[in-house]
Design a binder for this molecule. Structure first.
Ligand SMILES: Nc1ncnc2c1ncn2[C@@H]1O[C@H](COP(=O)(O)OP(=O)(O)OP(=O)(O)O)[C@@H](O)[C@H]1O
Ligand SMILES: [Mg+2]
Length: 461
């Protein structure tokens, strides 16, 4: 089954590639978050993905974002695709507000080993595994490469945020946890623990990231807990964690999950979606990249195709601007870049990775004249069309240097168009977009009509 990993488009700037989510910049105020099907466990991203996991997480978060508005403003703006949302860009506060309703997980492991203080919260002796606390506990951690427990006093003292903001975050976290507990209890689910992230937006505190998802929370089946608190059915990522723990090889976690574990995990994510949202999860029929392309396009976030003009030296800028100007009226995404095949060609594989995997059609124009290594080096790495448009000074320059654009090694399919406007038109045609085909058909018809008109005017009878 198809899974969503990275999302590639040259049209949006990537801000962050996290363990699970990819963030792109839409503008100063808006960020696009793509929830992938990647799964992380014990701070490691696994080699396998879980089909539909991203769509489940995104939908569950958005469900809660709509519900919590009277407790706290949050970053959610608009759902774009099952895996994608637009959110408000915030200044993240680098603290995870963890709220725990039960003694379990890492806290229980610490408790068993005699630890009694967690992020400044003191526990008494004699507590049992999976026991419910009299009231939920706040055990914040820092958000660093290695998250660590931190007391509220140190959060303020070490400058993670101010006392006033921390107090507000604490109050909101407890309120959100109470709401989540109540709503989920009605659906037969126990909200065991969870974490919240906050950010500042124009100085105002808002909730960011995700909320009450099976990645950010522990969920237990209420009925199984009531039967036996020590044999509780987990409805979150615990299934994968447990499988990894039970199948260590030479003390190390396996790198690959077997097929049946992947499909069980996928089923569990869909189950929790259906329990929380109380509706059936409908899998989309379209290939993922096609669906995402359509949704980004329909929301005006990308153009339907792109042309990238890559020059070998900034000295060729004027020629590139000329090509760029011919593209303007076709409403396509056009960009200019500088890479010298000879001097920093090592960048080519990284740059072409985006084009080769992009969700939308594209074409690259290579602008390099004398000993054109650029067109060849790009064509050898690109899975999309490459057209050379060398910038010759004059006819002599052309005659001396044209061969370096025309003669290509094997498996290096670069074509060459000398005239800047023709190169632009050739690149546009290579995209094969229905919208552009229509325009070109009209342009061709107009030229024919003009010629007949000229003929009619000139001929004597
Ligand atoms: N509205 C927002 N404005 C700015 N940053 C945000 C916003 N919402 C979420 N983020 C950040 O985007 C990232 C989401 O990606 P993801 O959760 O996959 O990262 P991660 O690998 O868990 O890394 P991290 O440890 O930073 O959370 C997080 O760093 C989160 O703090
Ligand atoms: Mg995260």
């Amino acid at each position: 089954m198809e899974c969503l990993d990275k999302l590639y488009t040259p049209q949006l700037r990537k801000l962050h590639s996290g363990k699970v989510r990819e963030s792109f910049k839409i503008n100063e105020k808006t960020r696009m978050i793509v929830v992938s099907d990647r799964v992380s466990s014990f701070d490691n991203v696994l080699n396998n993905m879980i089909p539909n996991k991203g769509a489940v997480l995104n939908a569950i978060s958005n469900y809660w974002f709509a519900m919590i508005k009277n407790i706290v403003d949050n970053h959610f703006l608009k759902a774009i695709d099952p895996n994608i949302s637009l959110v408000q860009e915030a200044q993240p506060i680098k603290v995870e507000m963890i709220v725990r309703g039960y003694l379990t997980g890492s806290m229980w492991r610490g408790y068993q080993q005699g630890k009694r203080e967690f992020s400044g919260v003191k526990l008494k002796d004699g507590l049992r595994q999976n026991q419910k606390f009299n009231q939920p506990l706040l055990t914040p951690t820092t958000k660093e490469d290695q998250d660590r427990e931190i007391t509220p006093k140190d959060i303020v003292q070490d400058g993670w945020t101010s006392k006033a903001i921390l107090d507000k975050m604490s109050e909101i976290s407890i309120k959100l946890f109470a709401l989540g507990t109540k709503v989920l209890a009605e659906k037969g689910i126990i909200l065991v623990d969870t974490k919240y992230e906050f950010g500042l937006k124009n100085g105002k505190l808002i909730l960011i990231d995700e909320i009450h998802t099976p990645d950010s929370s522990r969920f237990w089946d209420k009925a199984s807990y009531e039967k036996n608190p020590l044999q509780v059915d987990s409805m979150d990522k615990e299934y994968i964690r447990q499988w990894l723990l039970n199948n260590k090889i030479d003390g190390k976690f396996p790198e690959i999950l077997p097929e049946d574990v992947i499909s069980d995990a996928s089923r569990k994510y869909i189950d929790i979606y259906e329990k929380i949202l109380e509706k059936k999860f409908v899998e989309s029929k379209l290939p993922l990249n096609t669906r995402i392309y359509n949704n980004l396009l329909n929301n005006g976030l990308i153009k339907d195709g792109y042309i990238i003009i890559i020059m070998g030296s900034p000295a060729d800028l004027e020629h590139c601007k000329k090509i760029h100007s011919y593209l303007e009226k076709y409403d396509i995404y056009a960009d200019m870049r500088v890479i010298s095949a000879h001097k920093n060609g090592e960048r080519i594989p990284k740059i072409t990775e985006v084009y080769n995997n992009s969700i939308e059609p594209g074409c690259v124009l290579a602008v390099a004249g004398r000993s054109n290594g650029l067109g060849g080096a790009l064509a050898a790495n690109l899975a999309i069309p490459l057209i050379n448009c060398p910038p010759f000074k004059d006819k002599i320059d052309l005659m001396v240097n044209i061969n370096s654009s025309l003669m290509m090694p094997s498996k290096t399919p670069a074509s060459t168009v000398i005239d800047a406007s023709l190169a632009a038109l050739a690149a546009l045609r290579s995209l094969n977009l229905p919208r552009l085909k229509e325009i070109f058909r009209c342009e061709i018809e107009n030229i024919k009509t003009e010629l007949i008109k000229a003929d009619d005017e000139l001929k004597s009878h």
